[in-house]
Design a protein around this ligand. Structure first.
Ligand code: KIV
Length: 289
């Protein structure tokens, strides 16, 4: 089918589409993007949802963790991702301390993602401790994506990047918190770094979709940090990541080639240059211009 016809038939993804996918047993796809070109590539490739994750802090801004990321940084990148996104459901990730202090501040910050960056929803990390805040944001008219299991903003409290819900008690707590987030109206829940059988149980118990990252194949959808998936961030590669390509190698190959070409006078070549008319050049050289 011609590209224009496909484009005409494509509609913007909504929460209803995501819910329907779960009901129909179709998998949901989500990837992170923090700028215009990557968001555009993903949107054109047809992913259901783009997450402007606070993983931005580590994979693009070079921070040691997601903790230092600010609201202004998130809004700046979410705006750029918005400009590259036509169809995918765009979610802004609320950074650490943008929703913990009080309800009003949380609503105001969630509202910035919608009003300033044009996001379709926001994501909050946590369970019981963010349930009321999530409800208040939802009541203000902003859809909320929950996030349970390994929650990188509270890595210090969790004692490191560790699999969560490994014993019966911890697993039960994750199930109960998922039910609590569903009850307050979250439209879906990210499950990060939990055993796949636990993710299966959560997925079966919820009527809203689960989106897994390091949570096995039984979730209703999958999300990955794009820079991990395309090999652009290799400070460490988590076990659950599948690297589909190694972009850092291609880029470093291109950079070395550029350096060599410039140093040897091979770039720019004739085809990269602009011409001036012969007579104008003569005038210029004679000082008659
Ligand atoms: O920040 C992020 O990219 C995320 C995903 C890993 C779900 O929260």
């Amino acid at each position: 089918m011609p590209k224009e016809v496909i484009e005409m038939e494509r509609k913007k993804v909504t929460i209803t589409d995501l819910r329907n996918k779960k009901r129909e047993g179709k998998k949901i796809t989500m990837l992170t993007a923090y700028d215009y070109p990557l968001a555009r590539i993903m949107d054109e490739a047809g992913v259901d949802s783009i997450l402007v994750g606070d993983s931005l802090g580590m994979v693009v801004l070079g921070y040691e963790s997601t903790v230092p990321v600010t609201m202004d940084e998130m809004i700046h990148h979410a705006k750029a991702a918005r400009r590259g996104t036509r169809y995918a459901f765009l979610i802004g990730d609320m950074p650490f301390m943008s929703y913990q202090i009080n309800r009003d501040e949380a609503i105001r910050n969630a509202g910035r993602f919608m009003k300033e960056a044009g996001c379709d929803a926001v994501k909050l990390e946590g369970g019981y401790e963010v349930a009321e805040t999530s409800q208040a944001i939802i009541d203000a008219g902003i859809p909320v994506l929950g996030h349970l299991g390994l929650t990188p903003q509270t890595i210090s409290k969790l004692g490191g990047f560790k699999v969560q819900g490994k014993d019966a008690q911890a697993a039960k707590r994750i199930i109960d918190q998922a039910l609590a987030l569903e009850k307050v109206g979250c439209f879906a829940i990210v499950l990060e770094c939990v055993p796949d059988e636990l993710a299966k149980l959560v997925t079966e118990r919820l009527s809203i979709p689960t989106i897994g990252i390091g949570a096995g194949p039984h979730c209703d959808g999958q999300v990955l940090v794009t820079h991990d998936m395309v090999g652009l961030f290799d400070r460490f590669v988590p076990k659950f990541v599948k690297q589909y390509t190694k972009l850092s190698l291609s880029i470093s190959g291109a950079v070395s080639q550029f350096k060599e070409d410039v140093e040897r006078g091979k770039f720019p070549a004739k085809e990269h240059c602009f011409a001036i008319k012969e007579e104008d050049l003569k005038k210029l050289k004679k000082g008659e211009a």
